[in-house]
Design a protein around this ligand. Structure first.
Ligand code: ATP
Ligand code: MG
Length: 290
């Protein structure tokens, strides 16, 4: 993101011909550009999509302009905000592989401040076709760059694997938000993801930060949940969110109605916890780069 910002504002610098103006333009640019957050964990069913949809909706409720990008061929984020894969024409696949403009894929949702780049099953083809494209790991970053000044947050819902789509999301992102289920294999999965983040930093995106680690479907009654949570907190003391998402039936139900929890059951514990998370994300601001 940083390079692109500098590039955009170079033009401004030339016309101003003044170093102070140049610095001011870069600072202003960074305030105007969306923060791009990949929501990733290669483990399946840990709460990535539930977090992408409901954090996006909660940030939108706080009048932050949010673009939710569905980078998973399962298209669960798309259906979670009312646009099931079978109903959409242009998707992220078309922007990544077919040279369609990303803007043309953007759909409105029931929330004024929330827009969606949808997916459908075609996106699984991107796995095969992206390797033929130049700079294949940077493709999502390239296509997103034209819309970054229109949003405060871009949230990318990643598939449950460390495949080309996830690597594209990590290359396009300023930071990674990691939803975690506090169970036996969680730490092993987390260390694999942290290794991948380090590799992406080394090869493509040196400033990729960890936005935060979020405990999802948390059940404080079990010893195992509490032990795993304590272990993760000891390894990443500054990264684990205070907010914990409890297991909540209403959160599990809302996707089948094509609605974020905010529009399905705003008084539920699930909804309140995602609103609290959004506030924590806003209050924390941009995380320090590594
Ligand atoms: P995948 O890896 O397949 O993309 P995921 O990591 O995106 O999965 P979700 O789809 O968000 O995970 O969640 C998996 C299932 O658990 C879904 O049926 C979802 O509705 C349910 N679920 C997620 N979070 C909660 C919660 N806090 N309470 C109850 N059910 C939840
Ligand atoms: Mg998902």
């Amino acid at each position: 993101m940083g390079c692109m910002m500098a590039y955009n504002y170079d033009l401004f610098m030339v016309s101003a011909g003044n170093f102070t103006w140049h610095v001011a333009a870069i600072v202003l640019g960074s305030l105007l550009m969306a923060r791009v957050v990949a929501i990733a964990n290669q483990k399946g069913g840990v709460g990535k999509t539930t977090t992408a949809v409901n954090l996006a909706a909660s940030l939108a409720a706080a009048e932050r302009r949010v673009l939710l990008v569905d980078a998973d061929p399962q298209a669960n984020s798309s259906s979670g905000v009312g646009h099931p894969g079978f109903s959409v024409e242009l998707t992220l696949y078309d922007a990544l592989v077919n040279e369609c403009s990303l803007e043309d894929t953007v759909l409105p949702t029931d929330l004024e401040y929330l827009s969606l780049v949808p997916a459908n099953a075609d996106l699984s083809g991107a796995e095969v076709e992206l390797p033929q494209v130049d700079d294949r790991s940077q493709r999502l970053s390239q296509v997103l760059s034209s819309v970054l000044d229109r949003y405060d947050y871009v949230l990318i819902d990643c598939p449950p694997s460390l495949n080309a789509l996830t690597v594209n999301a990590l290359c396009a992102a300023d930071s990674v938000l990691i939803p975690l289920q506090c169970e036996f294999y969680a730490l092993e999965g987390l260390s694999r993801l942290v290794d991948t983040i380090a590799r992406v930093r080394g090869s493509w995106n040196p400033s990729l930060a960890i936005e935060g680690i979020l405990f999802c479907m948390f059940d404080a009654r079990t010893n195992l949940s509490r032990e795993v949570a304590a272990e993760v907190r000891s390894h990443f003391p500054d990264k684990v969110y205070q907010t914990v998402i409890p297991r909540n039936i209403r959160l599990g139900e809302s996707p089948s109605h094509g609605k974020p929890i905010l529009l399905y059951d705003p008084v539920s514990r699930g909804c309140q916890s995602y609103l609290q998370l959004a506030q924590e994300v806003i209050d924390r601001g941009a995380p320090n780069a590594p």
